[in-house]
Design a protein around this ligand. Structure first.
Ligand SMILES: NC(=O)c1ccc[n+]([C@@H]2O[C@H](COP(=O)([O-])OP(=O)(O)OC[C@H]3O[C@@H](n4cnc5c(N)ncnc54)[C@H](O)[C@@H]3O)[C@@H](O)[C@H]2O)c1
Length: 431
């Protein structure tokens, strides 16, 4: 019942009886009281189906009566950056304990090609039933984009690949009941690969544009203006934008799943790994920009008050998983900064150096700040009048990682990819 499972369950509950099973009692308590913890699912959405076609539970014994079992558990990385399939295995273990003839298991968790055939099927066959004959198995990648109001679950085409043709057909029929377009592919490993390709594509392109931002920054060229102009080409170009690094449960992790499997097949995935390194480096670059910015005021990171604006990894959502803000905070604390944070959606962020809770208002966050770092481009940040919030206590240096502020209006501002790093005249103007 996480970011993927809950919206899916609510969608299916419009047509079928759905059990929302999770091992996390807190989430289930919330759902049982009609409370949502995911911005894409409103309490009204839950209310419409709760107690009728939707039943949240932690009781796995109820699962034995389900026709379809859809696994939407996390697929993180281990400490040494290898795929952590423990949650998938945990779910399969529960299912194999009660699996009956005629039941159908679908994996939606993002994972490397081969997981369904190599891990899921053997674990389910511990039940002594035969996959593809006694019970069905398919893989169908989840493609939701949290916070995206235009592409809700029913409008995103669904890719399905079963362990045989019949399984593909059955899984496709199920999804076609709630989703307008279903695409059947040859098998489960092809469906697994589709998701890998989608996220590798994003990761590589973001890395490319981050590298371009670093190059143009030093040449005094505004990378954002370059991208805007390049985007006028009507074919052959797709715009991606630089930033402080990638976050969330998908883009930073999924490419490393493919990378892991590629190496097992004897291929060194250089592009994929280089992209991850460049995107990771952007967090170091943010700290470097903060240092340069403070230097303009003859200050250093040690002892300065630095405000992190935006804890979520992307705009207008509350999800802080793998957020670049976490690493930047940790590094700044290690360098002796005093940190305040503000995010209109995410209440707090847990880091290795403690938990940081959002200040009540932007004005509170900016009080006596030496530097404000805009990590996320939440819509409300675009409406900030920097002079109005900062002027009382002096003007903090602004580090704009997302090109939020088009003009600096005499403010002391450095932006990723804006080509204004070495331009000290802005500071002189504001004095
Ligand atoms: N969040 C996204 O935007 C997104 C998009 C596409 C794909 N995905 C993929 O979907 C999968 C799920 O991601 P998520 O964001 O929903 O994760 P999540 O952490 O929000 O939710 C996963 C849920 O699974 C539960 N869980 C763990 N083990 C369980 C078990 N054995 N039985 C029942 N429940 C169990 C957890 O308690 C948690 O509530 C991941 O593989 C992710 O990569 C996520």
């Amino acid at each position: 019942m996480g970011y993927v499972g809950l919206p899916l369950a609510i969608s299916f509950a419009k047509r079928f009886n759905v059990l929302g099973f999770d091992v996390n009692q807190v989430l289930i308590n919330n759902l049982q009281h009609g409370k949502s913890y995911i911005s894409d699912v409103s309490p009204e959405d839950i209310d419409r189906v709760l107690g009728q076609s939707f039943c949240p539970t932690t009781d796995s014994s109820k699962l034995k009566d389900c026709d379809f079992l859809i696994i939407c558990v996390p697929t993180p990385l281990t400490k040494d950056k290898k795929p952590d399939l423990s949650y998938i295995k945990g779910a399969c273990e529960i299912i194999s304990g009660f699996l009956n003839k005629g039941q159908f298991v679908i994996l939606e968790s993002t994972t490397y090609p081969g997981t369904t055939d190599e891990i899921v099927v053997p674990m389910l066959e511990v039940s002594k039933l035969k996959a593809g004959k006694d019970f069905g198995v398919a893989f169908s990648p989840e493609r939701i984009d949290p916070g995206n109001k235009d592409y809700t679950i029913d409008k995103i085409p669904k890719v399905v690949g079963g362990i045989n043709k019949e399984c593909t057909k059955i899984a496709a029929l199920l999804y076609a009941s709630i989703i307008s377009e279903v695409i059947c592919v040859s098998d489960a490993k092809t469906a697994e690969s589709v998701k890998m390709v989608e996220n590798v594509f994003r990761n590589v392109n973001i890395a490319l544009v981050n590298e371009l931002a670093l190059i143009f920054e030093n040449m005094g060229i505004n990378c954002w203006e370059v991208i805007e102009a390049a985007s006028t080409k009507p074919y052959g170009y797709t715009p991606f934008y630089p930033g402080p690094g990638v976050g969330g449960h998908c883009i930073p992790l999924d490419p490393l799943y493919l990378s892991y499997q590629a190496k097992r097949y004897g291929i060194m995935p250089r592009f994929i790994e280089t992209s991850a390194e460049i995107n990771d480096f952007m967090k170091v670059h943010v700290v470097n920009l903060i240092r340069k910015g403070l230097n303009r005021k003859n200050k250093k990171i040690f002892g300065s008050k630095i405000v992190i604006m935006g804890l979520a990894y992307k705009r207008n959502i509350e999800d802080v998983r793998e957020s670049p803000s976490k690493d930047v905070i940790e590094e700044l604390i290690a360098l002796g900064a005093n940190i305040a944070v503000f995010d209109p959606f995410a209440v707090s962020i847990k880091t290795d150096v403690g938990e940081f809770s959002s200040e009540a208002s932007i004005r509170d966050a900016f009080r006596e700040a030496d530097c404000a770092v805009f990590m996320t481009d939440h819509d409300i940040f675009k409406k900030i009048d920097l002079f109005e919030v900062g002027v009382e206590d002096g003007l903090p240096i602004i580090i704009d990682c997302r090109n939020i502020f088009e003009k600096c209006n005499g403010y002391n501002l450095i932006g990723i990819g804006r080509g204004d790093i070495n331009n000290t005249s802005i500071y002189e103007d504001s004095n």
